[in-house]
Design a protein around this ligand. Sequence first.
Ligand code: PBG
Ligand code: ZN
Length: 331
Amino acid sequence: MGFPTTRMRRLRATRPLRGLVRETELSAADLIYPLFVAEGLAGREPIWTMPGIERLSIDEAVSESGAALALGIPAVILFGIPARKDPEGSGAYDDEGIVQLATRAIKHAHPELLVVTDLCLCEYTDHGHCGVLHQPDGAAPGEPEVDNDATLELLARTAVSQARAGADIVAPSDMMDGRIGHIREALDGAGLTRTPIMAYSSKFASAFYGPFRAAADSAPASGDRLGYQLDPANGDEAVRESLLDVQEGADLLMVKPALPYLDIIRRVKDATTLPLVAYNTGGEYAMLKAAAAAGYMDERRSVLEALTGIKRAGADIIITYHAKDVALWLK
Ligand code: PBG
Ligand code: ZN
């Protein structure tokens, strides 16, 4: 008599039994669908780095939002592509800016759809950095640096402008220090006490943003974002950033990208109690799309497996360009 043979396969024997004991269930209700809204565009324009995703006019963004809602997707996140850029990224906090106009139009047409607005300057600055630049004392000429505190003021103005336009959630993606507290204060000061902040709290300096930057035309003209985004090698620091954002008043936290950072998703989930968002970035989308198009992998199975993995790692909500496909497949 030894120990009884453990029959793990007993629980895998039939489909209903597998369903009963399944630990993670992916649902359209978990997803946020990103939309690129371009100022002055008529209709739609394909994005070559992200097959199946397009730049949209405001009218097309309204109809795409309706399509997402009809599939059971509860939220979209808006990225604006302005007609003109300048050093201060003034298009971001223009009350008639592209994201503000799109937010109003979408909320008017689909009041029950949640509109999340990405809150950053890099799509609006002519130099492509996430904040305004300055020349720090003692720096070599021609090596500008993002001015953290000057940027905070502009981010706060952007948040108030977006929330006044009807944004249900503002999502700062800039990685400046102190931005969550600063934005919270500005929103509260403007009477917008009910607008939650979805903090891009652990945002890594990632090659997986390449396809997005081609879509949003927001690659830095010179330099990189290593001065403000997280080093991909650092996990403790990501947890520290997340805890700071909690202290400053974040309502939701985020890990971005998702697939190369599943350990971070789990660590942040275990270290905090806020809803946790994972951003399945353009690069993650593009790699599965390309492999599927080449016939290397089955698209449906690989996408569902990847997103289920992100949820199993600890994400409550997933921002993904696959959202509409997934919602269709799960129907
Ligand atoms: C803007 C922003 C970026 C993404 C979301 N907000 C790009 C960046 O930081 O370069 C990336 C989204 C994606 O890769 O799909 N700061
Ligand atoms: Zn940015």
